[in-house]
Design a protein around this ligand. Structure first.
Ligand code: ZN
Length: 115
């Protein structure tokens, strides 16, 4: 890779051998950050991205009764799978915390997603 002065490459290796590589565009703001800060920022950003709020709970049974008892979700398709199975439902462990969920078990936004 050609040397590029516009970017700063930060490499840090943890004690367990895990390598973190961050490439940031040089600007007055990032120039003030230490290598550690850049890596930490990157890790925080990744953690947020990789852990959207995904609750897992078993498919309600009987499903037909659950459907009758819950309200439909927002109009329009599920943003993840495109199906029209959005409903408002709550994790049985937190019945008061109603959320929009997808009812397609092939969709990761579905609490009983089976993979
Ligand atoms: Zn879906």
């Amino acid at each position: 890779m050609a040397e590029n002065d516009d970017y700063r490459t930060v490499i840090r290796e943890d004690e367990d051998g895990t390598r973190h590589i961050a490439i940031v565009r040089r600007d007055p703001e990032t120039d003030q950050l230490t290598d550690d800060q850049i890596i930490t920022d990157l890790q925080e950003w990744r953690a947020k991205r990789e852990q959207p709020e995904r609750e897992r709970w078993p498919m309600p049974r009987p499903f037909g009764e659950w459907l009758m008892a819950t309200k439909p979700g927002p109009k329009g398709p599920c943003p993840e799978c495109g199906c029209y199975g959005l409903r408002r439902g709550a994790n049985p462990a937190h019945p008061d915390d109603e959320k929009v969920i997808c009812t397609n078990s092939n969709c990761e936004a579905c609490p009983w997603y089976s993979g």
